[in-house]
Design a protein around this ligand. Structure first.
Ligand code: ADP
Length: 161
């Protein structure tokens, strides 16, 4: 059991400035943070698991206490394997709450020793979501200030190659 360790899981398809803000703030609280990129074999992803993990890696390169891992299967199984007792999730609006709340209840049903901690989005990031960014980019909108530069490049590679 590692009290100094937390896991921030997500799809990160792709990572945005909103995700990055949550990761940074969690990395300020915990000695070590694992950003866990879910494989989601069934879900329709724009980027492969390796691409998503690589974009996360490049985006958090300046944070020495952040590690990037990929996982498949149950999040609680993965978190148990790491020895962490805390799952970090971000909350944007009321609309996130119901889903995040029921997921945290299910996770604590599966693994009562693991707590979910929610960090509220920072001002200015509440409107940012991976799905919105992909849609706006695809339609030609400027999303440059909502994602790390490597993600902008990767989106260009996906849509213009
Ligand atoms: P998932 O598919 O697991 O919901 P996401 O990659 O969409 O994965 O999101 C991972 C976590 O980051 C979720 O807790 C989500 O609420 C949070 N998150 C996403 N965008 C933002 C944002 N702009 N501000 C704060 N938290 C965010």
């Amino acid at each position: 059991m590692h009290r100094h360790l937390a896991v921030y899981p997500g799809s990160f398809d792709p990572i945005t400035c909103g995700h990055l803000d949550i990761a940074r703030r969690a990395a300020n609280i915990f000695e070590h943070l694992i950003v866990a990129v879910a494989e989601h074999s069934g879900k329709n992803m724009l980027f492969s698991t390796d691409e998503r993990a690589e974009l996360v890696r490049a985006s958090v390169a300046d944070l020495p206490n952040v590690e990037i891992r990929t996982f498949s299967g149950l999040l609680t199984d993965f978190v148990r394997q790491t020895g962490a007792r805390v799952i970090i999730r971000g909350l944007r609006a009321v609309s996130d709450f119901e889903y995040e709340f029921s997921m945290s209840l299910m996770n604590s049903h599966l693994a009562p020793e693991i707590e979910t901690m929610f960090l509220p989005t920072s001002e200015g990031y509440s409107f940012i979501s991976s799905s919105m960014i992909k849609e706006v980019y695809r339609l030609g909108g400027d999303v440059g200030d909502t994602i790390p530069p490597c993600v902008l490049q990767a989106l260009a590679g996906k849509y213009h190659s």
